[in-house]
Design a protein around this ligand. Structure first.
Ligand SMILES: [Zn+2]
Length: 192
């Protein structure tokens, strides 16, 4: 049985999934827009810091300039397409799973948007596998809260990178930054 394939950005969500799933094929995809590589660079640095902590995982790397992608700049679509190609080359089929560690935060809207994208991802997999036996895309359900992720990862959480808008440090204002900072305050027992 092949190990599942996890889309691993190096952020809090997908690193939590990596820890949870243990022995896994971890696929790192650097997605960047032409001339704007800051986020991809910060994520790559985080993955380099974290890799030694997961000796039972097998790591694969891919990179794509999404400003050149014919699928537009919606990053998850591009990532799933590359993941489907990787899954096919690994010999994965209907007995296997592709894991999204993505967006397991406390936001119900993100969970439902994942559900809405499922049909689009299924079509991509269908195309890559030419209608043949293909893996399923899954994500953690129920989703752990950010607080739970911080508790489970312990000091490893400090090595992750989730900021969407680095300047070059964490912006502190994007959605992941705000959610993680709030969870950290909770973890430290501060009143919200
Ligand atoms: Zn940020």
């Amino acid at each position: 049985m092949l190990k599942p394939l996890l889309l691993w950005s190096g952020g809090l969500d997908s690193t939590w999934a990596l820890r949870e799933l243990g022995a896994i094929n971890a696929l790192s995809i650097a997605l960047y827009t032409h001339g704007e590589q800051a986020r991809a660079t910060r994520e790559a640095e985080a993955r380099a810091r974290l890799r030694p902590h997961f000796p039972s995982a097998t790591f694969h790397d891919a990179a794509l300039d999404i400003s050149a992608s014919t699928m537009g700049t919606l990053d998850t679509i591009n990532a799933v397409f590359i993941a489907a190609q990787m899954a096919r080359s690994l010999g994965m089929n209907a007995r296997h799973e592709i894991w999204l560690g993505a967006n397991c935060d406390d936001d119900a809207a993100i969970q439902s948007s994942l559900e809405n994208r499922r049909e689009c991802w299924d079509r991509l997999l269908w195309a890559v596998y030419r209608g043949g036996s293909r893996p399923r895309i899954v994500w953690p359900d129920p989703a752990p809260s950010r607080l739970q992720q911080l508790q489970d990862l312990g000091s490893l959480a400090d090595q992750t990178w989730s900021c969407r808008d680095p300047k070059p440090h964490e912006c502190g204002a994007c959605k992941p930054c705000l959610a993680i900072h709030a969870a950290r305050r909770q973890l430290n027992g501060d009143t919200p």
